[in-house]
Ligand binder design. Structure first.
Ligand SMILES: Cc1cc2nc3c(=O)[nH]c(=O)nc-3n(C[C@H](O)[C@H](O)[C@H](O)COP(=O)(O)OP(=O)(O)OC[C@H]3O[C@@H](n4cnc5c(N)ncnc54)[C@H](O)[C@@H]3O)c2cc1C
Length: 316
């Protein structure tokens, strides 16, 4: 029996494991090895680790756990369920593990628009987060890809990093007359032609070729078309969900299921490495406090509904 099972070994899961290891808890981290930012060439904005390679970031995170005896298994958790004393998880190798508490730090998956070249240049010219990658392409010709108000919002945001912004809607723009006026007032250019493909070199994205054959110079394309939860475990465990479909959590990362916690991108708050790590740390403290209470034979009253946290907007 582990004290804590952690599903997901990204920054959220590793950070929680680090703190729980320091609390002398017996911890197992299971990770399927599909970190969200694996396509990125550099990860930005994590204090003291700015511009680090994502793989190196995770290697350092795992290295931090060694001295605390945290166990790591490179395995997917196929299924999890509440049990008499905590939770049972079925791993991809057919084994079953048990934990008093369960933390889901399973992340999300980005829906990359299905345009030829989009997946190829994802992470090296095609991005979704101006905060993560805008500085590297400052003052260069940029494209905001999408439809309607969300594309306009993205384009307006990109003006922080460059004056040269084109909105490419790859078909009908779905903009109101007011939106179009805002677009003109902000000096944005609109291209509604369908995109044939993205082109570039080993240095990254260089241009967009429309189906008409016309080319548009573009050093980075940003999109905000959507994302999915990487794992459905929160649903099968019976977590209450919010309007956006993510699991509801309180400000201590507790879900509506007693003993079950959720942290990182999966909680759909601001999606940065440092926020995921911070949510992991918060979950660790809340988990440890519950375990301390239980070890003393006490139970802390839950007052979570009044403390509900709605999403603050997602970036990253
Ligand atoms: C291209 C790109 C660039 C980015 N750049 C930046 C940046 O520069 N700066 C920044 O701060 N943020 C950046 N981000 C965002 C950042 O990657 C995320 O905020 C961060 O990775 C979230 O951490 P996490 O631990 O919640 O999830 P993840 O890092 O996605 O880790 C979740 C882990 O859980 C595992 N998992 C899921 N389900 C299971 C299961 N059932 N069993 C076992 N394991 C499972 C996955 O395999 C994965 O390894 C970027 C994202 C992308 C896509």
């Amino acid at each position: 029996m582990y004290d804590v099972l952690i599903v997901g070994g990204g920054p959220a899961g590793l950070s929680a494991a680090l703190w729980l290891g320091r609390c002398r808890r017996r911890v197992l981290v299971c990770d399927a090895g599909r970190p969200r930012n694996i396509a990125a060439q550099e990860a930005h904005g994590y204090l003291t680790r700015d511009a680090i390679h994502p793989v190196e970031f995770l290697r350092l995170g795992r290295e931090d756990l060694v001295r605390y005896g945290v166990e790591l298994r490179q395995l997917k958790v196929e299924h999890a369920q509440a049990a008499e004393r905590g939770f049972t998880a079925a791993l991809a190798d057919g084994t079953e593990v048990h934990g008093r508490k369960l933390l889901l730090a399973t992340g999300v998956v980005d829906e990359i628009p299905s345009v030829p070249g989009m997946a190829e240049y994802y992470g090296r010219g095609v991005f979704h987060c101006p905060y993560c990658d805008g500085w590297e392409v400052r003052d260069l010709p940029l494209v905001a890809f999408g439809h309607g108000k969300s594309a306009l919002g993205l384009a307006l945001s990109l003006k922080t990093w460059s004056k040269d912004i084109t909105i490419c809607t790859h078909g009908p723009a779905n903009l109101t007359a007011t939106d179009r006026q805002r677009l003109r007032d902000s000096g944005l250019v609109l291209r509604a032609e369908r995109i044939g493909q993205l082109e570039g070199s080993e240095r990254g994205l260089e241009r967009i070729i429309f189906e008409t054959g016309q080319a548009l110079t573009c050093r980075a394309l940003f999109f905000n078309t959507g994302q999915l939860q990487r794992s459905d475990l929160f649903k099968s465990l019976g977590c209450r969900t919010r309007r956006d479909g993510a699991a509801w959590t309180d400000h201590r990362q507790r879900t509506s299921v007693p003993g079950l916690f959720l942290a990182g991108d999966a909680s759909r708050d601001v999606q940065f490495l440092i926020v995921a790590a911070a949510e992991g740390a918060k979950a660790a403290v809340a988990i440890n406090r519950e375990l301390q209470d239980e070890d003393r034979g006490e139970r802390r009253p839950r007052r979570q509904s009044a403390e509900a946290v709605e999403p603050a907007g997602t970036f990253g």
